[in-house]
Design a protein around this ligand. Sequence first.
Ligand SMILES: NC(=O)C1=CN([C@@H]2O[C@H](COP(=O)(O)OP(=O)(O)OC[C@H]3O[C@@H](n4cnc5c(N)ncnc54)[C@H](OP(=O)(O)O)[C@@H]3O)[C@@H](O)[C@H]2O)C=CC1
Ligand SMILES: O=C(CO)COP(=O)(O)O
Length: 326
Amino acid sequence: MTAFQSVAVIGAGAWGTALATVAARAGRSVTLWARNAEHATRIASTRDNPRLPGVRIAPEIVVTSDLAVAAHAEMLLIATPAQHLRGAVNMLASHITTPVPIIACAKGIEHGTHKFMTDVIAEAAPHAQPAILSGPSFADDVARGLPTAVTLAAKDEVLASGLVQALGSPTFRPYHSTDIRGVEIGGAAKNVLAIAVGIAVGRKLGASAQAALTTRGFAELTRLGRALGARSETLAGLSGLGDLILTCASPQSRNFALGLALGRGEQPSAGKLAEGEFTAPVLIELAASQNIEMPVSEAVASILSGRSTIDAAISGLLTRPFKAEE
Ligand SMILES: NC(=O)C1=CN([C@@H]2O[C@H](COP(=O)(O)OP(=O)(O)OC[C@H]3O[C@@H](n4cnc5c(N)ncnc54)[C@H](OP(=O)(O)O)[C@@H]3O)[C@@H](O)[C@H]2O)C=CC1
Ligand SMILES: O=C(CO)COP(=O)(O)O
């Protein structure tokens, strides 16, 4: 019997809905919280969420917009966009008076503070036990029960392992870790790098360029990770290299798709969350503060901000001085 029988997922977007399904499949009693009361009522009655079309939400999942109901759970998963995670945890904080695990499921770095998601949780809800779940996992695949594997990290290995036991099932396999920072860096940086690779594919630069850019992207992700104390095996694991491979190779990724549209000179789809767009400027600020070179991420940030054209950014990357591979 797991110590975490009840689970609440905060944020009823694509990922929150998929994670609620995962937890229900693992035998937990699940509450899915949506900020909008009308949305919650509609999802509860139709058992369908337009943010994750075609996925039937199991009848036993309670859908609510009442935060007090959700906050009763023995573990909480936060699946809002990264820049809204602090707001969500702030709202939860007054309901949390005992140590309860709060698992960040968003991928990003907070603007202004340069803080990673578990640091934001620790600040906003001092009683919480922050953890992070990240890895190669499209919400649609996960909700449909296709096999996926992710990393779940907490400071305390026993806690991380307990959370894995509560959420894991044959088709959703979390691996536990204590390298919180390594997991957070991989998830945040891979979205920015996926935009770069999408641009290259959209510009028809070829499969060789796609592989080269993904690999050099991994090199800069690793450089930053090492500088911030991440473990190499985490960066080369599911939440780092694993998620980078997934996101840099599939138009199913919203970040890759954003890059693809930009590279083709098309208008990106409106209303689709591509976290890399928000992470790019803060990622390069953070890298600069550590004296870490991240030329691919810098190119993405300068394209997105309009400081550079796509052609100038590509030319800038291709004419960098030759150097040793590291
Ligand atoms: N989709 C995926 O495959 C995966 C996504 N992730 C990560 O999960 C996070 C969420 O992504 P995803 O679910 O796909 O995004 P969606 O755009 O599908 O949904 C975002 C959800 O967050 C809600 N939301 C927005 N702002 C707030 C807020 N201030 N307080 C509470 N809820 C809020 C939105 O509510 P409303 O509906 O009312 O607008 C919406 O339900 C991102 O960081 C993403 O990188 C991670 C792994 C996989
Ligand atoms: O994080 C994801 C897969 O692991 C989802 O990727 P996108 O946000 O690019 O769709």
